[in-house]
Design a protein around this ligand. Structure first.
Ligand code: FES
Length: 94
């Protein structure tokens, strides 16, 4: 599968990693030792919420975010699969 550049900002620190299109943004972040917030990994708790500042994703499951929150760019990273080659997620701007 293709790779994707993911920049993740958490606690004021930006890190860019090579992720994979067939993995969630959270899984790619964890595999690259980014201290990304999460808890349930099932789309239910919103601990992994972040703002998508560039790129596009597809949410596999979403029990939490409203349509207007999604329009604002909020995503839950444990359910977000990249659908573009450059992604920027800001976990601080929520
Ligand atoms: S970790 Fe619970 S919704 Fe993502």
């Amino acid at each position: 599968m293709g790779s994707v550049k993911i920049t993740f900002k958490v606690d004021g620190v930006e890190t860019t990693i090579d992720g994979e299109m067939n993995k969630t943004i959270l899984d790619s972040a964890i595999e690259n030792d980014i201290d990304a917030p999460y808890s349930c990994r099932g789309g239910a708790c919103a601990t992994c919420i972040g703002k998508l500042k560039s790129g596009t994703v597809e949410l596999e499951q979403n029990y939490i975010l409203t349509d207007s929150e999604i329009e604002e760019g909020l995503i839950i990273t444990c359910q977000a699969f990249p659908t573009s080659e450059n992604i920027y997620v800001d976990a601080d701007d929520i």
